[in-house]
Design a protein around this ligand. Structure first.
Ligand code: MN
Length: 284
């Protein structure tokens, strides 16, 4: 995915930041593991009957955020995303910890009507371990910028987070165990400009065991794909991120799964936003 910047609609940005992570650090290795796995992926998408190579994807290798303070990381991410949107690109951020979504949203919240988050946790603490900005508070902070927020796949939360969720009128939660029957909530984003954030811990741990905070009872790869497809089809997604992947030594299948998820998401976006090149190469 090394198309020239000028010719690319999608720009993949590696953000290897994991400084506020509370349990296991290691999401700093996530972006490069995903990019590395993507090199071995077949570029043909069977479902879309199209070549991902034709979609125009440029990759910005690691932003210099490692070991930086939260505020410098935020400046770097915000400046980068603002520049990409100024050039008309769709930023695809690879984390790193979930915290990176907040500065990304801040760079473009003037053009966002709703946020869709896939996550095992609501990340709705007001403050966590003394920090206002961390992986555990990120969705609360984001909801203060854009109040219309849908959380999908939640299956673990703290009592205080529940109270914070109640205070915000337009938070919709689709809990993991009632996912299928509640997906019609997504119809509320039809036609809206959306920020899509995928915390890969939304997946069931056997599928992606190496995440910051593994939580049992998660979604399958197929369910996550279905949700991303629906979001991209119904709405106008302006920016996406895939966060919290922390590769374990010796395990390759989960990096491959996340890379495929990113590839599929870009493919759906290109398809539903009418990429002619993509359709021209179809076998149909
Ligand atoms: Mn999260």
């Amino acid at each position: 995915m090394r198309d020239p910047y000028e010719e690319s609609k999608y720009v993949v940005v590696a953000v290897p930041y994991d400084s506020t992570e509370s349990w296991a650090r290691g999401t700093r290795f996530g972006p490069m593991a995903i990019i590395e796995a993507s090199r071995y992926m077949d570029p043909y998408d069977i479902e879309l009957r199209a070549f991902v190579n034709d979609m125009g994807i440029h990759t910005i290798f690691e932003l210099p955020v490692l070991g930086k303070s939260v505020s410098s990381m935020m400046d770097i991410v915000e400046t980068t995303v603002r520049r990409l949107r100024g050039d008309g690109k769709i930023p695809i951020l690879l984390g790193g910890e979930h915290t990176i979504s907040f500065p990304a949203l801040r760079a473009l919240n003037h053009e966002i009507d709703a946020i869709v988050v896939l996550d095992a946790h609501p990340d709705f603490y007001d403050e966590y371990e003394g920090n206002k900005i961390s992986h555990a508070t990120v969705c609360k902070r984001m909801s203060e910028l854009v109040g219309d927020i849908i959380l999908i796949g939640v299956r673990a939360m703290d009592f205080d987070e529940g109270k914070n969720l109640d205070k915000i009128g337009s938070v919709n939660i689709i809990f993991s165990e009632r996912m299928e029957e509640n997906l019609e909530i997504l119809n509320g984003i039809r036609g809206k400009r959306v920020y899509l954030s995928v915390d890969v811990d939304v997946l069931d741990p056997p599928q992606v065991p190496c995440v910051g905070n593994p939580e049992p009872g998660g979604l399958s790869y197929g369910q996550v794909l279905k949700i991303i497809k629906k979001v991209v089809e119904l709405s106008d997604v302006r920016c996406m991120d895939f966060v919290e992947f922390a590769p374990c030594p010796g395990v390759r299948s989960d990096a491959f799964l996340v890379a495929r998820l990113v590839q599929k998401a870009i493919g759906y976006h290109a398809f539903y936003s009418g990429n002619d090149k993509l359709r021209d190469r179809s076998y149909e």
